[in-house]
Design a protein around this ligand. Sequence first.
Ligand code: HPA
Length: 266
Amino acid sequence: MEETKKFLLSQEISAPEIGIILGTGLGKLIDHIQIEKTIPYEKIPHFPLSTVESHSGNLVYGTLEGKKVMVMQGRFHLYEGYSFQEITYPVRVMKSLGVNTLLLSNAAGALNTDFKKAEIMLLDDHINLQGGSPLIGKNHDELGPRFPDMAEPYTLELNKKMKRIAQEKGIQLHEGVYVAVAGPQLETRAEYRFLHRIGADAVGMSTAPEATVAVHAGMQCCAVSVLTDECDPDHLEKVNIADILAAAAQAEPNMIELFKGLVKEI
Ligand code: HPA
């Protein structure tokens, strides 16, 4: 951590206020940032490398809506073979540089049949079914407590702001529970039925680990899912990655508006 931090400080990444992790097909937020620095992950000491084709791996530093932001253009996933600790390392690095607010985006499948493809869902809560936690192992008390409370993983105050911003801009924004699975295979019909019954509205393969580390570190957190496919077990259509990316692209302008609106108010 000290070596990573030292390197980033030497690259003049100083005093970022807000950390943003961009998920599938939401990369265009980058075009709205006055960029001061783009650093490929492979140049950063101790950073894992991104392997998924639809994600580029860069740390981007700059100004968005007057705020200094540190953006992960491309995240790490469990299904790429990384550990929980590796995929959440950038969140810890953000915190060490002074970031107090983490904003997350992801692509997810809609389990709630009232939610449709290319619509957007604000995370009110999550269920971690990834079979592990980034906090397993020795706890480093300087990073956070051994048993962090998870009653409010997504900061209520930020969610309230996000809902008001959506209303003001006329953007439809659902709110619900995200269930995180390991992937990379999509779910069987029986799994979709199960995930919906246990209380989830959307399913995806990321976000819960990063949010958990943010909570552990005492950061504020807000996350939004683009719903890229409808996971109704009784009417299930086959999806492919191109369809998922197309749905994410359709929602992208609204996602950008929401993120910009929130950053402005933090
Ligand atoms: N499961 C199902 N559909 C999806 C997912 C997922 O994890 N991510 C995006 N669409």
